[in-house]
Design a protein around this ligand. Sequence first.
Ligand code: MN
Ligand code: MN
Length: 298
Amino acid sequence: MDKETEEKWIGAGKIGSNALLQGAKLIKAGVSLLEVAEKIESIIIKAGAKPAFPCNISINDLAAHFTPNLNDKQVFNENDVVKLDVGAQIDGCICDNAITVDLSGKNNDLVKASRDAVENAVKIVKPGLEIREIGKVIEEAIKSYGFNPITNLCGHGIEEYTQHAGLMIPNYDNKSTIKLKEGQVIAIEPFATSGEGHVTEGAPSNIYRLVNLKPVRDKNAREVLGFIAENYKTLPFAKRWVIKELGAKANFGFLFLEKQGNLSSYPQLPERSKKLVSQAEHTVIVKKKSIVTSAWTD
Ligand code: MN
Ligand code: MN
């Protein structure tokens, strides 16, 4: 990776982690999810980057993949355990990072379990490391608090304009001897739960990605498709972003594109035993002295 590219990854990391920490402070009982998501995304844009994916706000037993629609009236409740997952990108160089906010104040250990896991894991990242070693460190940290890692969710490689690129980073010792390589960018994202440690696929999330550019006859759908291809490329996007730019008529185009298979929607991911889940995530450039691009500076 050349110096100029590395600076883009680091720049996206600074903006993404700042937006995450500022956003976490906005999460309070009675505040709407939509307001928080939109504020975080505007913080990223004002800082000179773009959201790499819609702000994910996943509550209690929901581990990941929810973003509100424009008409969503849902507010935070006083006992919510909130996973906030935020991404920023500069020319496709992505920061993917997450934090858990416990509004109940009763789940401190659950929050610390995933936080410790990610902090311990980023310390050992270097070229040549077998990915099972990362999983081992994560599993140990989470189990030391008496919780389980979610084993069917994992971290991932990141490439320019590709949030999930090939490589999987396990949240337990999966015995994989695949080795990290110098210059790779990875996201490490442990999930801790008081439940079984498995997620299932739930309702649609309002988060989509473009899967193909197969031509469409419908004029409105064609406009929506062109807009998505130009603005989000292969990155995940929110339906509300498109509706805000193109108006409510884009809803029809959307339906058409989903039906024809141009778009695919991510499912929400609830924990199977319906127990609370916490998450923490950092993005790391693998080097002899690895760089945690989303490191907290305060
Ligand atoms: Mn994430
Ligand atoms: Mn991620």
